[in-house]
Design a protein around this ligand. Structure first.
Ligand code: ADP
Ligand code: MG
Length: 711
């Protein structure tokens, strides 16, 4: 008979249902803590203290200074589905608090001994109440109807929730947990994440009986400082802010705000730190966003390295479905893909313009706008809208008088009389042969020709952008290839290098210190690779250098043909080759050639860095002869290499110039290497394996000290 009833369908006992439900929500102490933290934040607290004993299994106590709970609400507090935050189902659409299901405290009270001390502002007294299985109980946690009324006691405004003996009645769950220290680590992790996100609340967390806090943040600390306290200076020192302009948000995607911080490309950690993602102030997983961001970082970090990032999104509440997971760990939102793409695009821009954002700290901030403008372009891309072009003439910047003018050089080709232009296949050998020839023939390009022009500069740096429509696959693949050739140990050397001086400007050798070692390096080949990488990173995002008057390609190329026309490819062919790719040059490289084949702008790969304008004819000639326009990847790669070459400082020789000229030129270059280029190498250079041959260790300082000691 009893067997029969057992097999019949019957309704489960409420206490069994509640225990099962509780077990779904509270799997480990950190889950209970998260719920209580959220309740405290919902209650407008500005300070939250947490005390933990035995990984939270013995005691989890959380004290806040929030609104407190009305005495009359205490009997209901731990009943399932009791909440002060939601009335009707439709309210879910606009819910802005963490909690709303009214399940957390009820659940916890089914699997622990829970007590609450709370005081609202309006009440003179605090009240203490004890709970078992969702109901008020007496102080010894025995089910009883006697002596269960909340007791008045003295206390401060706010609420203290005390959870003791978690899982005491779920022995299998209790045994299934990891060690107490693991559970404590998870608790600290959760508190840390909330501490990073919640600026208006100070958090502290410590073990019971321990005088020292494991974590302690004050109310109102800036984001960077909160991250420093929780994750340490290694991360805090390498952070880049994420900020979205209003235009970016105005995309009808329901995205209201994006903020946060990411580590830059200098930070490469072997240990994975779980990213922090908050959506509408809920700590969530959002795996698709996490994956997308991680994959963007793989272009900027060496293999096996991990970034840290914290992203907080605010999405129109009606677009957000918070009710898909009992612990609210997962959320869904409308336009998820588009929003993720937008964020990833922004992060890509931030990472690739890391030099821009840093170097502009002490300079004009106009160029900073570039990244915003590019983002707008990116959004357009995402939305697949038709190509739109604009320039912002009002953003033209006149540079200082040290900028040289191209025209005088072009109108005085006689200075190049002896020049012979020969071609080799590889650009670096071509560079070399050019160098050798110029040496052999005593050729020099005296700077005074260029500098004796008007005091007013003729070149304008234009930070505006043209709207582009880019297929980045080939660039992505070039970045991928680059990352495969990176040599970590040489990269590390450059990331810590301190420039010492130029050793030989003709051979282009300089000296720098790394750790206790002294290195000699061929700065030409290092810079050639570095400029190429800058180009790759800035691709489609270059600044512009604009000539005040358009210069016709014919005029630019003429000096080369004046010198030696036999071995050269006919000029109209060269110009045709370039002109047929005008659109691409303009959109991807900010090389703007007008309808009359006049050159208007050239790309600026690094603020404060000028190309060697004497090389402009060769730069243009090579663009017309060296680039394989039939293959997208080879074409983009080739152009980036040519731009790098264009920017590379020329060798110069003491014998070819007056002593003071030589000294000025040398100290100018030294200054640039020390104050601009080496700091940039430090920040963002990825040394490739082949550069090994361009680097020699000439001494290590302990060795030198020994030598000196003997003297
Ligand atoms: P929910 O947060 O989903 O509403 P909970 O079970 O977490 O459900 O909490 C039930 C109710 O108890 C809340 O709606 C809130 O009114 C009250 N409450 C819980 N914790 C606090 C607290 N620290 N301060 C003030 N009120 C609280
Ligand atoms: Mg809650």
């Amino acid at each position: 008979m009893s067997n029969d009833t057992n097999k019949r369908i019957h309704k489960l006992d409420d206490s069994v249902i509640n225990k099962i439900a509780a077990g779904e929500i509270i799997i480990q102490p950190a889950n209970a803590l998260k719920e209580m933290l959220e309740n405290s934040i919902d209650a407008k607290s500005t300070n939250i203290e947490i005390i933990v004993k035995e990984g939270g299994l013995k005691l989890l106590q959380i004290t806040d200074n929030g609104t407190g709970i009305n005495k009359d609400d205490l009997p209901l507090l731990c009943e399932r589905f009791t909440t002060s935050k939601l009335n009707k189902f439709e309210d879910l659409e606009t819910i802005e608090t963490y909690g709303f299901r009214g399940e957390a405290l009820s659940s916890i009270s089914h699997i622990s001994k829970l007590s609450v001390i709370t005081k609202t502002k309006d009440s003179n007294l605090a009240y203490k109440a004890y709970y078992m299985n969702g109901q008020l109980s007496n102080s010894s946690f025995k089910s009883s109807t006697i002596d269960i009324e909340p007791k008045p006691i003295a206390g401060r405004d706010g609420t203290q929730i005390i959870v003791e003996d978690l899982f005491y009645n779920l022995p299998s769950r209790f045994k299934g947990l990891k060690s107490k220290s693991d559970e404590f680590a998870k608790i600290i992790d959760i508190v840390g994440r909330y501490a990073v996100h919640t600026q208006h609340v100070g958090f502290s967390c410590k073990k019971f009986g321990d005088p020292l806090h494991q974590l302690n943040t004050r109310t109102g600390l800036p984001l960077k400082e909160r991250i420093r306290i929780v994750y340490g200076s290694n991360i805090a020192n390498e952070l880049l802010d994420i900020e979205f302009s209003d235009e970016l948000l105005n995309q009808d995607l329901g995205l209201l705000k994006v903020s946060g911080a990411i580590t830059n490309a200098n930070y490469n950690n072997k240990k994975k730190i779980q990213p922090i993602i908050f959506i509408n102030h809920r700590l969530v997983n959002c795996d698709p966003l996490k994956r997308a961001i991680n994959s963007i970082f793989q272009y900027f970090l060496p293999k096996g390295s991990h970034p840290f990032f914290y992203i907080s999104l605010q999405i129109k509440t009606e677009n957000l479905d918070v009710n898909i997971h009992p612990t609210k760990r997962e959320v869904r939102f409308l336009n998820e893909e588009e929003i993720i793409e937008l964020i990833v695009g922004k992060i890509h821009t931030i990472l690739s313009s890391v030099d821009t954002s840093r170097k502009f700290k002490t300079q004009t901030i106009i160029n900073k706008r570039n990244s915003y403008e590019l983002d707008e372009e990116k959004i357009e891309e995402f939305k697949n809208q038709p190509l739109k072009k604009y320039r912002q003439e009002n953003k033209l910047v006149r540079v200082d008088a040290t900028q040289s003018k191209i025209n005088p050089f072009l109108v005085k080709p006689e200075s190049l009389n002896d020049f012979k232009f020969t071609e080799k296949n590889s650009t670096s050998t071509q560079e070399q042969s050019q160098r050798q020839q110029s040496q052999q023939q005593g050729l020099q390009f005296p700077d005074d020709i260029l500098l004796t022009t008007q005091s007013q500069s003729q070149i304008e740096i234009n930070p505006s952008r043209t709207q582009v429509d880019v297929n980045l696959d080939s660039i992505r693949s070039l970045k991928q290839e680059l990352s495969e050739y990176v040599d970590k140990s040489i990269t590390n050397i450059f990331n810590h290098a301190i420039f010492i001086g130029i050793i030989d400007p003709l051979k282009r050798l300089c000296c720098f210190q790394y750790d206790v070692k002294l290195f000699l390096c061929d700065y030409a080949s290092i810079l050639l690779e570095f400029y190429y990488q800058l180009g790759l990173n800035e691709f489609n995002n270059f600044g512009e250098i604009e000539f005040d008057e358009p210069i016709s390609l014919i005029d630019i190329l003429k000096p080369i043909y004046d010198l030696n026309s036999d071995e050269l490819i006919p000029m109209d062919q060269v110009i045709n080759n370039i002109a047929s790719m005008k659109e691409m040059y303009k959109e991807y490289f900010q090389i703007y050639i007008d309808d009359n084949e006049n050159l208007i702008t050239i790309p600026m790969i690094l603020k404060n860095l000028k190309p060697d304008f004497k090389k402009l004819p060769f730069f243009i000639y090579r663009l017309g002869t060296k680039i394989n326009y039939k293959n997208e990847k080879q074409c983009l790669n080739g152009i980036l290499r040519q731009i790098a070459l264009f920017y590379l400082p020329e060798p110069f020789n003491e014998d070819d110039m007056l002593p003071h000229e030589f000294e000025t030129k040398r100290s100018e270059l030294e200054n640039q290497l020390e104050n601009l280029l080496f700091p940039e190498l430090k920040k963002q250079f990825l040394a490739t394996k082949i550069l090994q041959r361009d680097l020699i260790q000439i001494a290590d300082l302990p060795g030198l000290y020994k030598v000196f000691e003997r003297c």
